[in-house]
Design a protein around this ligand. Structure first.
Ligand SMILES: [Zn+2]
Length: 443
């Protein structure tokens, strides 16, 4: 195994699960390790406290007259359950079939670490980088980055930059370089339906009072028509229509045909609004999804009970130019309007983030396209991304710089799922990409 892989494995062994307070010590240990690693690679690095998990900043010596590039990544990871579905243990990385298997292998440790190693390699080869570089590594991305915007505001001067690069998005197929120029936003909420003041016997009371579990199902069902169009009033008002060149390019992107989506997901059929391909659905159309439903008896056998309450968790993926606060207002109005008789509902808004869009043919976008071509030997594909990285919009609003989304994640990387993986080849390409990118951005 190369020394680069060995270093990545060390990084992957930290169970830096940001959402689970039992792992707070592991998250911190991981941040401290990053400080040490960045320092060993020739950067000056420091750990910054936040009210949550720490931020790590690593820089070369900034000099006047050079471009300043900020590279963002996150060292926290998602929980690993269900553990029994993993082939190998999530925090004991292994290489099988040319891939690295571990939680965080793709999202985001493998990708961010290839940038760090790329910078270290350039420093080792040339003594310095061609640009002023600032690495910003956070430990709360998987919980919605609650402390990053305040951190950016507080350290605006230290983080000032001309352009930002992030590798935390998708690559359309193995070996095909990909630049993202758009991300969906998100708006989340939880709906709690309250009925009787305690669980009731379904024989003594059933039929005379509304069942909150039924009401939750009715609310969930009220969100879409049979084809998948979202029925929240005004939901599509601010959706920017797809441009002709986007539909043309996306039709040529390998690995994202409807058949590919079926293969990757294992779903029996594609679904959604008429007239859009699966790629168009995920990259340029908004959604309403129920992420979890709970209520009533879940144990063995039957228990004839009417639950006192039931709940569902929802997320709405948003596209330019939808606004999360506006959408949440419309969703609340929708749930109020569709509230089934005989229950009380409580809508608790969750985290949100605006959608992001940047012109891929502007100066820095072109430089990134050249770097991708150098690193992979092929013309890059220009895509949008279905996921949400709310922090990208914060970076734009607070630091005033655009972000280049240079994704190295493959569709079958199983991020957030059991058996997360990252091809060794992508890790190595990521190191080359960082070297080419800083060179191109220095011009
Ligand atoms: Zn993630």
């Amino acid at each position: 195994m190369t020394s680069e892989l060995e270093q990545l494995f060390e990084f992957l062994r930290f169970p830096s699960i940001s959402t689970d307070s039992r792992h707070a010590g592991d998250v911190r240990a991981c941040a401290e390790w990053l400080v040490g690693k960045s320092t060993a690679l020739g950067l000056s690095a420091e750990l910054y406290e936040t009210p949550g998990h720490p931020v790590v900043i690593a820089k070369n010596k900034h000099q006047p007259g050079r471009r300043t590039v900020l590279i963002y990544g996150h060292y926290d990871v998602q929980p690993v359950d269900p553990l029994d579905l993993w082939t190998s243990r999530p925090f004991e990385p292994e290489i099988r079939d040319g891939k690295i298997w571990a939680r965080g292998a793709t999202d985001n440790k493998g990708q961010m670490f290839s940038h760090l190693l790329g910078a270290g390699k350039t420093i080792a080869e040339k003594g310095d980088l061609p640009v002023n570089l600032t690495f910003l590594f956070e430990g709360e991305e998987e919980i919605g980055s609650p402390n990053l915007a305040p951190f950016l505001k507080e350290h605006r001067e230290m983080l000032a930059c001309d352009v930002i690069a992030v590798s935390d998005t998708g690559m359309v197929a193995p070996g095909v370089p990909t630049m993202g120029y758009g991300l969906r936003g998100i708006s989340c909420c939880e709906v709690i339906v309250h009925g009787p003041n305690k669980d009731l016997h379904s024989g003594l009371f059933g039929g005379a009072v509304a069942n909150p579990a039924t009401a939750v199902a009715q609310l969930v069902a009220s969100l879409h028509d049979a084809e998948g169009k979202v029925l929240v009033e005004g939901f599509y008002d601010d959706v920017r229509p797809l441009e002709a060149w986007e539909r043309e390019m996306w039709a040529k992107v390998p690995g994202v045909s409807d058949a590919d989506f079926l293969e990757v997901t294992g779903s029996p059929a594609t679904f959604g609004e008429a007239g859009y391909s699966a790629a168009e659905q995920t990259w340029a159309r908004p959604t309403a999804e129920v992420n979890g439903i709970a209520g009533g008896y879940q144990g063995e056998g039957s228990k004839t009970v009417i639950p006192a309450s039931a709940m569902a968790k929802f997320s709405f993926r948003l596209v330019p130019d939808q606004d999360p606060a506006d959408i949440m207002k419309k969703v609340q109005a929708h749930f109020d309007k569709h509230r089934p008789a005989g229950v009380r509902i409580e809508v608790v808004p969750g985290h949100d983030g605006r959608p992001y869009h940047v012109d891929p043919q502007a100066e820095f976008g072109k430089a990134a396209q050249r770097a991708l071509k150098t690193a992979f030997g092929k013309e890059p594909m220009l895509i949008r991304e279905g996921g949400s990285i709310p922090i990208i919009q914060d970076l734009k609003d607070i630091l005033g710089a655009d972000t280049l989304l240079l994704g190295l994640a493959l569709a079958d990387a199983q991020i957030h799922s059991p058996n997360e993986n990252f091809p060794v080849e992508n890790f190595e390409s990521g190191i080359r990409l960082n070297q080419a990118l800083l060179e191109e951005l220095s011009k």
